[in-house]
Design a binder for this molecule. Sequence first.
Ligand code: NDP
Length: 601
Amino acid sequence: MAASVSTDKHSLRAKYLEERDKRLRPDGNEQYLRLAGTSLAHYLADPYMPVVEREPVTDHVTVALIGGGFAGLITGARLKEAGIDDVRIIEKAGDFGGTWYWNRYPGAQCDTASFVYMPLLEETGHVPTEKYAHGPEILEHSQRIGKQFHLYDNALFHTEVKDLKWDSERSVWIVRTDRGDAFTAQYLTMGTGPLHVPKLPGLDGIDDFKGHSFHTSRWDYGYTGGDPSGTLMEKLADKRVGLIGTGATAVQCVPHLAKACGELFVFQRTPSSVDVRGNRPTDMAWFENEVLEPGWQQKWLDNFAANQTMQRVSEDLVQDGWTELAGRVRSRIRGLPFWKMTPKNMLAAFEDLDDEKMSEIRARADETVSDAETAENLKAWYRQLCKRPCFHDEYLQAFNEPGTTLVHTNGKGVERITQNGIVANGQEYPLDCIIYASGFEVGTDITGRNGFELTGRDGLKLSDAWADGMKTMHGIHTHGFPNLFILGGFQGGALISNVPHNFVEAGRTIAMMVRHAIDNGHKEIEVTQKAQDGWIKLLRRGRGNLIGALSDCTPGYYNNEGQPAGTGSELQVGYPKGPVKFFKFLKQWRESGRFKGIAFR
Ligand code: NDP
């Protein structure tokens, strides 16, 4: 059995490093398989909606939005509100929703409170039914936004962009897709998200397995029975199922599998930290009496961002795991006498709190899991923000189900796949079905991951322009690529605990700029080289990149699988003064109507 919880700081640090070192491997991201164009490409097929034949499109639109997830939907809605009707969303899935279209595994649920996570609630009038809404409700909400803002009218589904070229004679982008489309768009937004390309572990024999297998983002309800609402997957009652991976996805689907499967084997390389969830239905009377007022969602968004980034605020409206953690740090730091408020002491206070929190989370395993060895093996030995923190009230309990076995591999992971099943710890586990909860490509190059190149002015390729790191102003505009808007977090708010908030602010900004260009007869919008250089200089003065700060963490996609972060990664940062100040700055920037740093032609 592994060592028990230690409160001694020194030995805890040593234990964390020992656990990290067990998992470090030289191949980093290369340990995973990219599926497109290989014999494994069938793992990418859409199990939810059939692909409908259609004629290629060869027309012109004012704005093309790549990606029909939250980024594209929010920006599309803001453009429509600004009176720009001629917009087209291009989406590789069969409907809107992005990650919520694909991730229909049982138990899928948002991790950030739905009142701030789900966008455009006030505009649509939807009130989330739970503090943490489940997948089907979020998918339906995406469709609601699509319908209300008439974004279905011109959308292209089951369509992947293959090439984007700037035509400087006509000041338009030429968009080519895998469905033979070749149309032009005056403006282009890229809301492709960081987690949309599923990956499989690079295991010998992965092609040989004779049973059934799928990735969690392509759940095969035809095989399992049940449905995304969590109805019992009755077809698994006589099946031996193996699940590879114990990240945020596995934490949510394991409880459902444990109830349904004849036998379930959960193959674990690194345990997740699983804190209390505390989900509850929305009390409508409370919502109507205490929340509902014009502008309520923006107030909640701003309040969440302020709490989460430890600003001075009088109340915590959202009260979830993220703001609770931040609140604890804030009060601990405020508890220091003012002469002790040095950066070193503040970091030490933060570390102490982290140790306390992680000890609590490890103690949860002992309190919840009946088998002592399984409980020990479910404990996470790293700092809470080393990996995506998880929150769940049924995950640990699932290991008390008689048919559920945790296959702890002590950091080594699954060894290989055979015709019959999975080999781990030198033992073969014969299985009927393998489910890969092995995550998504993150640290890979953006062009390869997205599957298309952007060629801007004078033949400049985005992969060359960014060869030594992402370069933008505000994370939205990049020099050499006129009329292109990027929707993400880096080099802007970088609020990763509530990603949609970044899109809310960017969407407003983009709609205002396009409106301004149209009203003033401009055909091109481009950030100047000088303004972009100035922004990069400002970012470099900040606190440095996330990946560097996580180098002593156990490997995962948060720290580039424990590898040196690579050229330009120091630019994967946010505004040095944090998201709250960035959002305020961006609001003033756009509302001034001067759009400083942008050349309109
Ligand atoms: P992750 O990348 O977080 O997890 C992949 C899992 O596969 C890890 O546990 C990894 O282990 C494991 N793994 C990889 N190779 C092997 C192997 N050879 N043997 C055994 N295990 C292996 O993917 P997820 O899909 O779980 O989550 C991805 C992200 O999606 C989350 O971090 C989160 O950002 C988002 N998400 C958000 C949710 C929400 O908001 N509600 C819900 C679900 C996901 P190891 O840790 O050792 O690398």
